[in-house]
Design a protein around this ligand. Structure first.
Ligand code: UT7
Length: 327
């Protein structure tokens, strides 16, 4: 026995839930034909091999933080939550060009959130699911009451515009979620992990441009990610047939379809809605999942109360997934 005083802890809630979603994309639309004017590629190849029809690129003077502010505000408005109620901001991203300062604190200040805990989170394209998992657990532990998770990327800063393997895939944008307490759990446990032995498959070359061994990443994603999604469902006590909406990270439509096919082979319904936001948004890394969800809610393909299964994967290699109820 020790005579040191007992520490007290916050009291959390039984569950957590997503209260609102928002997103932002820059105005500039870049088509496959536009890209074929600056590199050896063509519309037919990009559509059939990757599924992208067009994407959004930032202008030079538009920054990742600008996108994050806009997406964060939109999510708060959707949730009906005042900035003053938010106590924590998590900003998953992997393309903030300055390591100091982080993006989260300045984005929070610009949104008008007074002095929140604020940090960036780098799990590359798995970042949003990592951030949502951390937000949910902070709330359940009582360490936070309302968390704003904003996945934001300006990938065009990190792409060699003549590298046809990457310049056709990646794009810019942001997507955000507001997370709060709930008596009934509406966000399942995160299933996450990493394969650091495969670190050389995606990295920044000379700290400047992203390099990826596309085919190897493709093989890994099409074989290793569906089991992560299934384990996230199991952790939440759900069955594949319970899933209304599947949102894999929008890396390549063929990867999305391969994951959906494996889930259906394990009992997911034929009428499960599968995100294909990559067609018009490209691959926006940590922004792609909330961006897709926001677009699908606005299009009416996802309704309030639907069970969403999200799974992110990318550099690290890192991966994470969870089931949650759409607001
Ligand atoms: O978000 C982070 C995680 N990242 C991913 O999940 C990305 C995973 N990888 C991929 O999505 C795909 O591997 C890529 C889209 C990157 C590349 O597609 P691929 O089908 O694996 O192409 P490939 O590299 O195997 O190349 C196939 C052919 C080659 O021609 P030959 O040698 O067969 O004559 C390439 O030179 O396609 C050619 N090619 C292109 N042609 C037109 C490669 N890139 C292009 C291009 N346009 N942009």
């Amino acid at each position: 026995m020790t005579d040191r005083p007992a520490l007290s802890l916050h009291t959390g809630s039984r569950g957590s839930r997503v209260l609102g979603i928002g997103s932002f994309q820059p105005e500039k639309v870049v088509t496959n034909d536009d890209l074929s004017k600056v590199m050896d590629t063509n519309d037919e190849w990009i559509r059939t091999r990757v599924g992208i029809i067009e994407r959004r690129f930032a202008e030079k003077d538009e920054e990742l933080t600008d996108f994050a502010v806009a997406a964060g505000k939109a999510a708060l408005a959707d949730a009906g939550v005042d900035p003053s109620e938010v106590d924590t901001v998590i900003l998953p991203n992997c393309t903030m060009r300055t390591l100091i300062p982080n993006a989260a604190a300045q984005v929070a200040a610009r949104i008008g959130i007074p002095n929140p805990g604020a940090f960036d989170l780098n799990a590359a394209c798995a970042g949003f699911c990592y951030g949502l998992g951390v937000a949910s657990d902070l709330i359940r532990a009582g360490s936070a009451k309302k968390v704003l998770v904003i996945g934001a990327e300006k990938l065009t800063d990190s792409i060699d515009p003549t590298d046809r393997a990457n310049a056709i895939i990646f794009a810019d944008g942001a997507g955000a979620a507001v997370v709060g307490a709930s008596d009934e759990p509406e966000i399942g446990p995160v299933s996450w992990g990493s394969a650091g032995d495969l670190v050389d498959l995606i990295y920044m070359r000379d700290e400047k441009f992203i390099y990826q061994e596309g085919q190897s990443v493709f093989r890994w994603a099409t074989t290793q990610i569906a089991p992560i999604a299934l384990s996230a469902l199991e952790a939440a006590g759900l069955k594949p047939s319970d899933v209304d909406v599947l949102i894999p990270h929008q890396a390549n439509l063929r990867i999305v379809e391969a994951i959906a096919k494996k889930l259906r082979a394990n009992g997911a319904r034929d009428d499960m809605v599968v995100a294909d936001d990559i067609k018009y948004s490209g691959n926006t890394s940590s922004a792609s999942i909330p961006l897709a969800l926001d677009h699908m809610r606005k299009a009416g393909t996802v309704r309030s109360g639907d069970v969403v299964l999200a799974v992110g994967f990318g550099a690290g290699l890192s991966y994470a997934g969870q089931a949650f109820v759409s607001p």
